[in-house]
Design a protein around this ligand. Structure first.
Ligand SMILES: [Zn+2]
Length: 430
């Protein structure tokens, strides 16, 4: 048989078998925000084949055209938009009176089972991709891989490996010395060479990015402030070692000295960025780094400091100060043109309430459309997945959610997500 005929037969066979196995879902969307930042369209058909969007077309296409196994999803009375993305979560816990006790009482396996539940709550809230920034490594990488392989359900996870300094915000605090010794991991480093080792180690064991803490933090149970903690040589070394292995760096930072130091060292995002002032804004604009504001964390800790009694005095002081200052500075940074990616610090706030950040961002002066851009297009850019995520366009993953009314008119619509699809699979449809 001529080579050409053999190729033709093989091609036909592959086409037939791929048609037979292809899973086609056809969505009729009443209102569609396919590309946040652009115009809302009405009456569109989204075609999804094997988890990817293959076409977005005008009008409601007849399902018959797509073969008898194609499934129709009727969202004609819904507002359809890309799956939301949260760039700052901690899926392994939740803040509360039991957190310190849990560290000592719960096995890592129990924590892992619970994080599966937290992950599912996040997905059902319409967040189809999250970046987990700070966790105990192997469990988080296993959660990420378990979801990626389809063993369990959950949002797509981009998982950070932590690198922090002795006594700093990423280190253990608030328990007796023997326990501290036991709970201190090899992600704790001092000096540039040691932090180079810690960074390489994080990549070795599975980190998608590196998370550092250039300043002190609110939940550190020690009165060590919220100013710069890591030295310039340590910051530069982490960024350099991470870049050599193709990893980005996210830095937690509250006071402006630590924000500036981290930006000068070349980090890709500043988490919280509470005291972003004029000098920091200029550096943000110069470097193109993202600010991940986490206003929800600020509000949550400030409220807990006043209304509950599980925080030590050291934590309380920071919680009230930082919590109340976050939103005002965010507004200035956003108005000055700093690039913002959506992030909640969920785990401080309860998992599944991630959309509350959007309301706080609007209250702080950001338009509803800009908020949606931070949670889709900007977030996708921050994790280098713009090719696959962030919009509803041909070629991208079918990460699609729907709400009852337009979040552009009322941002609170995001609090009640009716429909969640991730990579073509429907997780919620009410
Ligand atoms: Zn955090």
């Amino acid at each position: 048989m001529p080579v050409f005929s053999r190729c033709l037969i093989a091609a036909v066979f592959m086409l037939v078998s791929s048609l037979a196995s292809a899973e086609t879902r056809v969505i009729h969307a009443g209102a569609l925000l396919a590309v946040p930042g652009e115009r809302v369209q009405s009456e569109r058909t989204i075609v999804v084949v094997d988890g990817r969007i293959t076409e977005v077309r005008r009008g409601f296409a007849d399902i018959g055209e797509f073969g008898e196994d194609a499934q129709l999803i009727d969202l004609r009375d819904r507002f359809v938009l890309p799956g939301l993305m949260d760039m700052h979560v901690h899926l392994q816990g939740e803040m509360g009176p039991n957190r310190d006790a849990e560290r000592l009482k719960m096995s890592s396996q129990q924590m892992q089972m619970r994080s599966v539940m937290f992950a599912m709550r996040t997905l059902e809230a319409g967040f189809t991709t999250v970046r987990d920034v700070g966790n105990s490594g192997q469990e988080m990488y296993a959660l990420r891989d378990g979801i990626e392989n389809g063993w369990i359900d959950g949002p797509r996870i981009v998982a950070a490996g932590r690198v922090g300094i002795t006594g700093g915000h990423a280190d253990i605090s608030g328990v007796k010395p023997q326990y501290m010794e036991f709970l201190t991991g090899d992600e704790i480093c001092d000096g540039p060479f040691d932090c180079r080792r810690a960074t390489r180690n994080a990549v070795k064991y599975g980190a998608d990015l590196i998370k550092i803490t250039s300043t002190g933090g609110v939940m550190t149970d020690r009165a060590t402030g919220t100013g710069q903690q890591m030295e310039m040589d340590e910051l530069r070394e982490v960024v350099r070692a991470a870049a050599r292995m193709g990893r980005k760096v996210a830095s937690h930072a509250h006071e402006e000295d630590g924000i500036i130091a981290a930006l000068e060292a070349g980090v890709d995002s500043i988490e919280h960025g509470t005291y972003t002032g004029e000098r920091a804004i200029a550096l943000f604009l110069e470097t193109g780094a993202y600010l991940v504001p986490t206003l929800l964390a600020g509000k949550t800790v400030a409220t807990a400091a006043v209304e509950s009694d599980f925080m030590s005095d050291a934590v309380k002081e920071k919680a009230i100060r930082v919590g109340n200052d976050m939103a005002g500075n965010f507004e200035k940074a956003h108005k000055a043109g700093v690039r913002v990616a959506y992030g909640t610090d969920s785990g401080i706030s309860p998992h599944g309430t991630n959309a509350e950040e959007a309301i706080l961002m609007v209250e702080a002066g950001m338009s509803e459309m800009d908020v949606l851009v931070t949670a889709t297009i900007n977030a996708a850019d921050l994790i280098d997945m713009s090719d696959s995520l962030g919009t509803i366009e041909a070629g991208k993953f079918a990460d699609i959610i729907a709400v009852s009314g337009s979040p552009l008119d009322n941002i609170e619509e995001l609090l009640d997500v009716d429909f969640v699809m991730k990579e073509g699979k429907v997780y919620k449809n009410k």
